[in-house]
Ligand binder design. Structure first.
Ligand SMILES: [Zn+2]
Length: 120
């Protein structure tokens, strides 16, 4: 751990564009239980595809369960099916732990957000 905090921002990571497509009722974007889907599980809405146990948060302000906004997968995961694959031997910025996921939650009445990371 650094002994002195710095307000200097790190260099920005490679920028990616995101395409958002509304799914039909009952349609799934990706089968998160399929090992071939690693790195491809980023989504908005629905329910979280937890890597570990369910950690659905409660809003600290109003004590109600927060809305699930989405999840950001380790989308540079090296695999043949992943169009954003980067070598595991090189630099992978969007790698959260061992192919982990960042989950984002929001409380509408309180306008509060929370992010949770789980490792793969
Ligand atoms: Zn709240």
């Amino acid at each position: 751990m650094p002994s002195k905090k710095s307000s200097r921002k790190p260099a920005p990571w490679q920028e990616y564009a995101v395409t958002i497509r509304r799914l039909a009722e009952g349609e799934r974007g990706v089968d998160a239980s399929d090992p071939e889907s690693l790195g491809l599980r980023t989504k908005f809405g629905g329910t979280p595809d937890w890597e570990q146990e369910d950690e659905h948060p409660t809003c600290k302000a109003c004590q109600t369960a927060m809305n699930f906004v989405g999840q950001i997968d380790s989308f540079e995961h090296q695999s043949k099916r992943n169009p954003n694959s980067r070598s595991a031997m090189g630099v992978q910025d969007f790698m959260f732990g061992d192919v982990g996921m960042i989950y984002v939650f929001y409380c509408i009445p309180c306008a509060k957000a929370k992010a949770i990371v789980q490792y793969g």
